[in-house]
Design a protein around this ligand. Structure first.
Ligand code: DX5
Ligand code: ZN
Length: 237
């Protein structure tokens, strides 16, 4: 089932880290629904970012739910630290979790919501057996590692397949899309079935974050109305 309203999750990867609290407060005042935090280990992805101390610091300066995306090998070793630091959603990559069911259960037992995600080249079918346990399915629409990349067009078909999987299995999982999301493609991504749009560079490169968040939400919500009215869903065959 699709979420009742579209949610926007700014990714702080593109924020000014020297003024992080201020940047977060600007997107919070601008109407963000979640705060997306990208954790990269320099091993699973070719970049290094932040760890539990930054999540803990963010927890003190915002009421927004913290949506923590773990782009790291062996994420199980850090689940408790991230939940204790204040993560509300903890999302792991199927490519890094040979025991994905155990990892998802461990996240939920600690009281956080469990997300599962996959790289652009990994098929949606890898999530068939876990979707009923997941709270979030994140479709990566760029190869993870960097902000500011171009949306991969074939991701639309993948989002649509993810939507079908969630609906067919009556999973409660929200469908999130991450990578290259901007005002101009928000409608298409929502048409394919997304509930949550992660957006980094397209928000933090603009002077008025609230105006950009609003424009993205409007583009997405009007498409949602259109889909409800006509039943038109992109990428379905
Ligand atoms: C990419 C990260 C994304 C990234 C999105 O590896 O997972 O969350 O910050 O940035 P944009 O919106 O600039 O593509
Ligand atoms: Zn991310």
């Amino acid at each position: 089932m699709a979420l009742s309203r579209l949610m926007i999750a700014p990714s702080i990867l593109s924020a000014d880290f020297a003024h992080l609290a201020d940047e977060v407060s600007r997107v919070e005042r601008g109407g963000a629904d979640l705060l997306h935090v990208d954790v990269m280990d320099g091993h699973f992805v070719p970049n290094l970012t932040v760890g539990p101390p930054i999540v803990e610091a963010l927890r003190k300066v915002t009421k927004l739910p913290l949506d923590v995306h773990l782009m790291m090998t062996n994420p199980e070793a850090f689940i408790k630290e991230f939940v204790d630091a204040g993560a509300d959603y903890l999302t792991v990559h199927v490519e890094t979790c040979p025991h994905l069911h155990r990892t998802v259960q461990a996240i939920k037992e600690l009281g956080a919501k469990a997300g599962v995600t996959l790289n652009p080249a990994t098929p949606i079918s890898t999530l068939e057996a876990i979707i009923s346990d997941a709270d979030l399915l994140l479709v990566m629409s760029v190869n993870p590692g960097f902000g500011g990349q171009q949306f991969i067009p074939s991701s639309l078909q993948k989002i649509s397949l993810a939507r079908q999987l969630i609906d067919r299995t009556q999973s409660h999982a929200a469908l999130e899309v991450d990578g290259g999301v901007k005002v101009e493609n928000a409608a298409q991504i929502v048409q394919a079935g997304a509930d949550i749009l992660v957006s980094g560079s397209a928000i933090f490169s603009t002077p008025d974050y609230g105006a950009t968040i609003n424009a993205m939400r409007q583009a997405g919500e009007s498409m949602r109305k259109e889909v409800r009215r006509t039943g038109a869903v992109a990428g379905r065959r």
